[in-house]
Design a protein around this ligand. Structure first.
Ligand code: UD1
Ligand code: UDP
Length: 355
């Protein structure tokens, strides 16, 4: 059988790497990778293909950056051309970016079934473009692969029970798979000479496109009691430059790092400060307290015992959260057993393999 995998943004390369590696164990499945080109800088795109041995995309649509409508429309039209050419048995999409929705929309209109990895996540904040992408993709996909039981329950309440399967979280699979390698690699060069620090990422629209929020977050970071290591997403970098913001000396702004460096930095850090979806989970997987620069999270499991604290862009809440130490262990059982990728493929085969 033939699967077209549609990916385009950093977290999707990381998620797809695990499934793609597993897919290569199946002689009867051909995977064709389509990169929309939503992310194109080397350090948020190519680096992951190299590090994680993801096969080179057969198609790169090079859509680049743009307003939501423009970017999604370009993807939609170009993905349609590829699907008409390839005629796959199934299209596989990941997460909640514009590439996810475009992949799903293009496929369903051609009557090609769509499997959605990371289905059923909701922040219940419709101001987030990602929330719209999740709702649309889950409404039109044919196979909803839920990473947690909370996601399963959510899909049931939306009337999608018959399409929903719990498989676990492919990002948890990935952390388990690479944990040994990360430990062996030791301390990344970026933090040689730094003993104690908070790791931080910022890229969410509500924090970057809102000057007040961005300044409040940077001010909180400047008042933190430790060095902040901040591998910065290009979106945020452009905006800081455009606004002419001067950041404090304790904030070490770095280029985005590869996946292995990111997990190592997290492992060596004292706490994580982030507005990323995936990074909140990784902090939880590695038992690092997380201060989340958002008012809500779709990964509600991570809130258990204060491991993840929602602070939005509020300076006082961020500084208070940095003082807090959770007591109990994190509950990793919520994210499956490390075999989400294999379960995903088995379900796809069971449903769409034409003998
Ligand atoms: C996108 C996803 C978001 C995801 C994030 C992962 C949507 C709506 N958003 O956000 O859900 O969490 O990816 O990182 O799909 N840019 C570059 N170089 C690049 C890519 C982008 O400089 O290679 C800059 C451009 O100025 C661009 C901006 O970043 O306008 C935003 O890029 P875009 O892909 O639209 O959204 P992200 O913020 O990356
Ligand atoms: N990540 C990375 N390098 C970085 C920042 C993040 O490899 O400099 C990884 C991170 O470990 C996680 C994924 O990127 O696996 C999360 O992607 P991102 O934060 O861009 O998107 P989100 O998860 O919020 O959609």
């Amino acid at each position: 059988m033939k699967i077209v995998t549609v990916i385009g943004a950093r977290p999707q390369f990381i998620k797809a790497a695990t499934v793609s590696r597993e897919l290569r164990n199946y002689d009867d499945i051909e995977e064709i990778i389509l990169h929309t080109g939503q992310h194109y800088d080397k350090n948020i795109s190519d680096i992951f293909f190299e590090e994680l041995n993801i096969p080179a995309p057969k198609y790169n649509l090079n859509v680049g950056s743009g307003a939501h409508g423009v970017q999604t429309a370009k993807m939609l039209s170009k993905i349609e051309d590829v699907l008409l050419e390839e005629k796959p048995d199934c299209v596989l999409v990941y997460g909640d970016t514009n590439s996810t929705t475009a992949g799903a929309m293009a496929a369903v209109k051609l009557h090609i079934p769509v499997a959605h990895v990371e289905a059923g996540l909701r922040s219940f904040n419709r101001q987030m473009p990602e929330e719209i992408n999740r709702i649309v993709t889950d409404a039109i996909s044919d196979l909803l692969l839920a990473p947690t039981n909370n996601a399963v329950e959510q899909l049931k309440t939306e009337g999608r029970k018959d399409y929903t399967y719990f498989v676990g979280d492919v990002m948890y699979d990935s952390v388990l798979y690479y944990k040994g390698l990360i430990e062996k690699r030791g301390k990344p060069d970026l933090i040689k000479g730094i003993d104690s620090f908070y790791l931080c990422t910022i890229h969410r629209a509500e924090n970057t496109d809102n000057e007040e929020n961005l300044k409040s977050i940077l001010s909180a970071l400047s008042q933190a009691d430790k060095t902040i290591v901040l591998p910065l997403h290009p979106r945020t970098k452009h905006i800081i430059k455009k606004l002419g913001i001067k950041t404090a000396d304790n904030i070490h702004i770095e280029e985005p790092v590869g996946y292995f460096d990111m997990l190592s930095l997290l492992a060596y850090s004292d706490k994580m400060i982030t507005d990323s979806g995936g990074v909140q989970k990784e902090a939880y997987f590695l038992q690092k307290p997380c201060v989340t620069l958002r008012n809500e999270t779709e990964w509600i499991e991570t809130l258990d015992n204060g491991w993840n604290q929602l602070c939005g862009a509020n300076l006082e809440l961020i500084l208070d959260a940095l003082d807090y130490e959770p007591g109990m262990q994190t509950n990793l059982g919520e994210f499956g057993d490390g075999n989400a990728a294999r379960k995903t493929i088995d379900l796809i085969k069971e449903k769409y393999f034409k003998k």
